[in-house]
Design a protein around this ligand. Structure first.
Ligand SMILES: [Zn+2]
Length: 218
């Protein structure tokens, strides 16, 4: 992983960054160690319009349909000058219970975008699983593409850009998997159209069936 404070590469097994001394524990000292519940869109600074939120929810659903293991969350808020967006994003990945559709999704396949609209800073923290797939240079390119929208206070567009660009990046490294389908075939010893998944047009057929059956009976 990269140190969220100084971007120095830090081996996963190391507890702190050797260059700046940053550690996840130090972050917990002023954000706490409790788990917090978070929606996929948290807008403390009220940057997003209702319509933008609705569009983003649809785009986030689409993203999760394409990449069922992964999710993206956005946090808009003013941060103290002792905390940068990437640090908060990392803390959220370690302490956030995100309200994605599948509650079982693990944060290691999460991407948390933290935007501070007051200072004009932003960062995207990736869980370990996504970090192994998305190169730092790709993430930096995505963030650079978001900057013009963020500078023009087009918060919704910036979020849409992240969703779309991250989808493109993941599609490049994803492997399509073949779905195994198991279903019993209808019995070869007769049956009716409903065994094949069809619904009958007229309910009256049952009366005819009963009549035919009665005729066959001795
Ligand atoms: Zn560091």
């Amino acid at each position: 992983m990269r140190c969220p404070h100084c971007s120095n590469p830090v081996p996963v097994q190391h507890a702190f960054c050797e260059r700046c001394g940053f550690s996840a524990d130090a972050l917990g000292a002023y954000l706490g160690h409790d788990w917090v519940h978070l929606e996929r869109l948290t807008d403390v600074t009220h940057c997003l319009r209702l319509e933008e939120k609705r569009h983003l929810e649809v785009s986030l659903d689409d993203f999760e349909r394409q990449f069922p293991q992964a999710f993206i969350a956005f946090y808009f808020g003013a941060l103290p000058n002792t905390l940068n967006p990437l640090e908060l994003g990392m803390w959220l990945l370690n302490h956030g219970a995100f309200a994605s559709h599948q509650i079982t999704k693990r944060n290691e396949f999460g991407a948390v975008c933290v935007i501070d609209p007051v200072t004009g800073t932003q960062g995207v923290a990736l869980g370990y699983g996504l970090e192994a797939l998305v190169r730092i240079s790709d993430l930096e390119t995505i963030l650079t593409k978001m900057v013009p929208s963020l500078r023009n206070s087009q918060w919704g567009s910036a979020c849409q850009q992240l969703i779309s660009e991250l989808s493109t990046t993941l599609r490049r490294c994803g492997k399509p998997t073949k779905r195994q389908v198991e279903a019993p075939a209808p019995s070869p010893q007769g049956g009716n159209a409903t065994d094949y998944g069809f619904s009958l047009l007229r309910a009256g057929h049952r009366a005819v069936e009963r009549l035919l059956k009665r005729r066959k009976e001795p």
